[in-house]
Write a new protein. Sequence first.
Length: 238
Amino acid sequence: MCGRYTLAGPQPGEWSATRLRTRFPGLGESVELRPRFNVAPTDEVACVTTSREGAPRGELLRWGLVPHWAKDPGLGAKLINARAETVAEKPAFRDAFSRRRCLIIADGFYEWERRGPKARHPFHITRADRAPFAFAGLWATWHGPGDQLRRTCSIVTTAANDAVRELHDRMPVILDPTAEAAWLDPATPEPLLHELLASLPSEQTALREVSRAVNDVRHDAPDCLDPPEGDTAAATLF
């Protein structure tokens, strides 16, 4: 699964909105970008969607997809992830998978290792080159009573690779940069879309144990990526 992620930059002080806009031209200049160290469900997140004409378009979407038919927008809190294996069939996701796919911009995500009944130790998982990337995402527009409007998104997950499996059996789909245009393209045939929903190769994956400050969903600060408490050199699994 993916329940928390980052858009923090490769090293402290190296975050750059200009760099992200260069890497993802579809973001444009209208989307506000800032360092994020603990992105959580229901947050507004930086995405690239497409217009009705199929042109890339930068947007801030709320994380937690609310289908257009939902009676209660609170359903989105339960739909932060969509399983790649069933995304084309599940009523909550199949329409978005068919017509409304997006790139969700990130540079890492968190997963936790359980050590005992209560202790949960967080790991920050990135590409080995620490480069920013795009999660395979889905988006939807929900219209509620009156003028209520929500534009929301969900991250597609797949089976974990060997590096991540020690922590969890699922991981978010990190698209290969060469696959991002096809994922956004409304004309991409469904069989190819399924091929794109593969796990990042283990050799391209890096894991590092980090501070338990990230366990507080309300805490979004650089110390989320500090080494674990009492250790000056963060443990590395891969």
